[in-house]
Design a protein around this ligand. Structure first.
Ligand code: KE4
Length: 429
């Protein structure tokens, strides 16, 4: 399979856009080689500009839970677009999608739509700071909430510390109020609260981590965060941009029965179009302009096409769909484990429903440090060997594989028959 045309296009793109891409992870730096240019996609399949096709486990980084170009989503976009693409004024599609979300997430009484997960988390935390009348935010190492300046932090020395900028262009003073703890280490959070408790506005967490690879919450971790925030008058913010409508209709909050004060959504609720949202109790959300003093705005927020694509997607997600996603996720996990065992390589798979990661390590992976300590070079070799065999996993060991309803038995069988030789090849390089 040739990649000549992709190689040609990325050369052109690199002269026009930083790294030739519009989001860093797409540049394949974590796995080597150059990005592949996609010409079209349908169901679970991507087709590239050189005529190759791949079974896709990126699914646009999560949104396409119904697969690419699902007829009901395409139809919803087409039927909406003929009436215009953006009004800059209220329209019924906003009410329809907001109603759907509020009905399936009882802890969300009101919602505000924005255009990305970054905007959702940035706005939710601005609201949390206003509601609590405090400035400090606790986040977790390895959690990603979009490129919000004060959340682009890495842990300082020690286990629970003040954040240090993790991107140039973020001044020290921007991260002065950001505290960093280790995911799944409740003791870190207890220490931060005992030291700074009455200055902490909120704890923001990916309830199931997806940005260090998939790492589920340890037993009691989310409940512990709920208790600590309640005890200290802080807010608990669940960043469910990945997990909302992914792991169940009510997201991780429903799965683990822990209700946050605010939730951030994105990805799936836009069905592949640009979208984000944040929501929670009315007494909190009513602090948002124009009702209250917390300003937040957006030219294309609540865009008719994104609302239509999102609603068509959510309406396609019945409870039965979640059990079939669980079934296919389990089948894929089992097959991958068999391949790993046949190769005798040390590896762990973390999975929740239709999101999973493979970690090459002897140890279990339960936080950022253990995720970073895995053999990510081996993952890179496996990635390239899988792509050569028509399988397209995420181009980073620290991302999630996603399945859609279009990943049926034959897609999983094809994946597993490619996986064993690909892993053997990766191990022999
Ligand atoms: P966006 O601004 O990219 O729409 O969403 C930011 C975001 C917020 N919260 C969570 C939990 C997220 O995972 C994300 C974005 N996810 C990444 C990959 N895991 C998107 C891929 C990319 O950055 O290109």
């Amino acid at each position: 399979m040739g990649l000549e045309k992709s190689a040609e296009l990325i050369e052109k793109a690199r002269r026009l856009m930083p790294g030739g891409v519009n989001s860093p992870v797409r540049a394949f730096q974590a796995v080597g080689g150059h990005p592949i240019y996609i010409s079209s996609a349908k169901g679970a399949t991507l087709s590239d500009v050189d005529g190759n096709s791949y079974i896709d486990y990126v699914c646009s980084w999560g949104p396409l839970i119904l697969g690419h170009g699902h007829p009901r989503v395409v139809k919803a976009i087409q039927q909406t677009a003929v009436h215009g693409t953006s009004y800059g004024a209220p329209h019924e599609g906003e009410i329809s999608l907001a109603s759907f979300i509020v009905n399936v997430m009882p802890w969300v009484q009101m919602v505000r739509f924005v255009n990305s997960g970054t905007e959702a988390s940035m706005s939710a935390l601005r609201l949390a700071r206003a509601a609590a009348g405090r400035s400090r935010i606790i986040k977790f190492e390895g959690n990603y909430h979009g490129h919000v300046d004060y959340l682009l932090v890495k842990a300082g020395s020690g286990v629970a510390t003040f954040g240090l900028p993790d991107s140039s262009g973020v001044p020290e003073e921007m991260v002065r109020d950001t505290l960093v703890a280790r995911f799944n280490h409740l003791g870190d959070v207890e220490n931060l609260f005992s030291e700074h408790g009455d200055t902490i506005a909120a704890v923001v967490v990916e309830p199931i981590a997806g940005n260090m690879g998939v790492v589920p919450p340890a037993k009691g971790f989310l409940n512990g965060l709920r208790d600590l925030t309640r005890k200290h008058g802080s807010l608990l913010v669940f960043d469910e941009v990945i997990t909302g409508f992914r792991v169940s209709q009510g997201g991780a909050a429903e799965l683990y029965k822990v209700q946050p004060d605010l939730v951030c959504l994105g990805k799936i609720i836009g069905g592949g179009l640009p979208v984000g949202a944040y929501g929670g109790r009315s007494d909190l959300m009513e602090k948002i302009a124009p009702l209250g003093p917390v300003y937040q705005a957006g030219t294309l927020s609540g865009n008719p096409l994104a609302m239509a694509a999102g609603l068509a997607t959510l309406e396609g997600l019945s409870p039965e769909i979640y059990s079939s996603l669980e079934h296919s996720g389990a089948a894929l996990e089992e097959g991958l484990r068999q391949g790993i065992d046949k190769c005798g390589v040390a590896a762990h798979i973390n999975r929740v429903g239709s999101m999973l990661s493979i970690f090459f390590t002897e140890h279990t992976v339960n936080d950022s440090q253990t995720a970073l300590a895995t053999d990510r070079k081996l993952y890179g070799r496996l990635f390239r060997a899988l792509v050569r065999r028509g399988i397209y996993p995420p181009p980073s060991a620290l991302e999630s594989w996603f399945l859609s309803t279009a990943h049926g038995e034959s897609e999983i069988e094809q994946t597993l028959s490619a996986f064993l030789p690909a892993l053997q090849e990766a191990l022999s390089e």
